[in-house]
Design a binder for this molecule. Structure first.
Ligand code: OGA
Ligand code: MN
Length: 207
């Protein structure tokens, strides 16, 4: 993708975040980056993923009735992970230039949901968070890494309206699909699937 194309893409994402608060994009992440991430996740899956927890600090624990995924945080120590973090940092800067939102950093983890596991309806950030001087999650990204996925395998991401009542979107986790939404606006859940379900979940944070 050339510079102009990239700028237009950032425009499109910024406009959607203002208008509806979310966007679903297919095949916009460069192919070599996608391929590298598929290989990297394959390596991690044999011995690098740990059960995800819920709650913060002292309250942190594992609860398969809330979420059943296994995760591994991305870092700059690995080439493929670094390439993804760099791509997301460009998006971060593009959004900062277009929206006066002050995104400071980006954190992300690979996630594998074993067949039958799910993540109950939740918000990624709270609207009236205390400690407003601390960076918190502002924009969520989810990038899917399931080659040969089809709708019969389920595992959809369900996005609800702000009240958490009606369904806005049912998104199948097909390879190359990127979902971006305002973290404090949309309750969402991950439905159980019949096969392992792979993704990278990430969050732009700011104050
Ligand atoms: C999360 C999450 C959605 C997905 O990790 O917080 O909501 O589709 N993931 O994997
Ligand atoms: Mn979430």
């Amino acid at each position: 993708m050339g510079n102009l194309e990239i700028e237009l893409l950032w425009d499109r994402i910024a406009d959607a975040l203002v208008d509806t608060g979310y966007i679903v994009l297919d095949d916009i992440v460069p192919d070599d980056l996608l391929k590298g991430l598929l290989v990297r996740l394959g390596q991690l899956e044999s011995d690098g993923m740990r059960p995800a927890g819920v709650g913060r600090g002292q309250a942190f624990h594992q609860d398969q009735q809330v979420r059943g995924d296994h995760i591994c945080w991305l870092s700059n120590d690995n080439f493929e992970e670094q390439a993804y973090l760099l791509w997301m940092d460009n998006l971060r800067q593009g959004l900062n230039q277009r929206l006066f939102i002050g995104l400071q950093d980006y954190e992300s983890h690979f996630a594998v949901y074993p067949a039958g596991s799910f993540y109950q309806k939740h918000l990624d950030a709270f609207r009236d968070a205390v400690n407003s001087h601390l960076p918190r999650r502002k924009i969520t990204t989810v990038f899917y890494l399931n080659a040969d996925w089809s709708s019969e395998l389920a595992g959809e991401l369900i996005i609800y309206d702000e009240k958490g009542e009606s369904i806005l979107e049912k998104i199948s986790p097909v390879v190359g699909r990127l979902v971006i939404f305002m973290s404090d606006k949309f309750p969402h859940e991950v439905k159980a699937s019949t096969h392992n379900r792979r993704s990278i979940a990430g969050w732009f944070r700011g104050c």
